[in-house]
Design a protein around this ligand. Structure first.
Ligand code: HEC
Ligand code: HEC
Length: 302
């Protein structure tokens, strides 16, 4: 800072840097001063009008403000406006979903995309815990995105799965429950061979005979492929309902699926219950159709 002031008459404060940068002593412009005072007035107005001062609970909490405004109220009001707007905007589509059958919905491209688009949250809330996002499946919970169906992959059949729920009914030790341990070993090998396309090999003749004795064909079809979808797994493909692991396959044959005694699951039995959603879903009439169309669209619909 220089002590020598070469500009004594320009009203500078005498503070000079780098030889010639001076601090002047001018009053601020009028507009600036007016805004400055207006700011003070605004503070008083704002303090009275809005919730402002964060008092302790003993003093009654924060000040409420004359306007009665709160952020969360504003959010709720805006949200209601948005919700009403959406209800009104999509009312005709929702009405159509309610009045049309799933088959009719499938035939209407626009309505179909609408059903799919509005299903994702619902699916996430009610289905994804078991069937995983996008129907990818979880251990013991079937994939919904492939074309391997236990109960059928038409949109009507999918709808029926949701309305009534599904309970796998594979008995233990064959239809009559009379297979011996050795027979179970043999038929296990046969079933695994079936999935590898080797069911005809002479090596599996014993297992093939057990397949007939245990009346497996009543549900799984004469060649390991169910004749019509009624819950039984296709044994000729590489898609396993539980696991391809030999012990698991053997256990399914030995203990069955959902086999209960006196209301209790028998030890070793696989539990495979798809709950009915008729009572579980809000607005079930419409939402079951919506979800059936969605599941059908995941990739495996027939
Ligand atoms: C508590 C777990 C659970 C939940 C939640 C659940 N499912 Fe299932 N779902 C199952 C099981 C287990 C099966 C297999 C039933 C069987 O083995 O016969 C199944 C089967 C199905 C099937 C038949 C699959 C086929 O191959 O034929 C469909 C379709 C289906 N679920 C759709 C849904 C939809 C859509 C939701 C949501 C609304 C849902 N599931 C929620 C457990 C669940
Ligand atoms: C009353 C009908 C019925 C009979 C009889 C039956 N099954 Fe099953 N089986 C089923 C059903 C239903 C499933 C699917 C269970 C599920 O996923 O809920 C199944 C599943 C299986 C599986 C598991 C397939 C997989 O993908 O993981 C095997 C293995 C199997 N059965 C073999 C047999 C053999 C071997 C016999 C005869 C000894 C037999 N089943 C008799 C209905 C039957």
């Amino acid at each position: 800072m220089a002590h020598h002031n070469p500009w004594p008459d320009e009203g500078n404060t005498g503070h000079i840097w780098d030889e010639d940068i001076r601090e002047l002593d001018n009053p601020p412009p009028l507009w600036w001063m007016l805004s400055f005072y207006a700011g003070f007035i605004m503070i008083v107005f704002y303090t009275l009008y809005y919730p402002t001062i964060p008092l302790t609970d003993e003093l009654g909490g924060h000040t409420e403000g004359m306007a009665g405004w709160t952020q969360v109220n504003e959010y709720h009001e805006d949200y209601t406006v948005l919700k009403n707007w959406r209800v009104a905007k999509f009312a005709d589509k929702e009405e159509k979903l309610a009045s049309m059958s799933v088959t009719e919905i499938m035939a209407d491209e626009e309505l179909k995309s609408y059903a799919v688009a509005t299903s994702k949250v619902l699916y996430g809330d009610y289905c994804a815990a078991c069937h995983a996002t996008g129907g990818a499946g979880n251990p013991n919970f079937p994939v919904l995105a492939d074309d391997d169906w236990l109960w059928g992959g038409s949109v009507k059949q999918i709808e029926a799965s949701l309305i009534q729920g599904r309970i796998g009914n594979m008995p233990a030790k064959g239809m009559m429950g009379n297979l011996t341990d050795q027979e179970i070993e043999d038929v296990t090998d046969y079933v695994i061979a079936l999935s590898e396309g080797k069911g005809g090999d002479a090596a599996y003749a014993a297992g093939k005979a057990v397949y007939t004795k245990g009346m497996c064909l009543a549900c799984h079809g004469p060649a390991g492929k169910p004749l019509a979808p009624a819950g039984a797994a296709n044994l000729t493909d590489q898609v396993w309902r539980f696991s391809s692991d030999r012990d698991t396959v053997k256990n399914v044959i030995a203990y069955g699926v959902n086999v209960k005694k006196n209301g209790e699951y028998i030890k070793g039995t696989q539990k495979a219950v798809m709950p009915s959603f008729k009572e579980r879903l809000p607005n079930a009439d419409v939402n079951i159709k919506r979800l059936a169309v969605y599941v059908h669209s995941l990739g495996g619909g027939q």
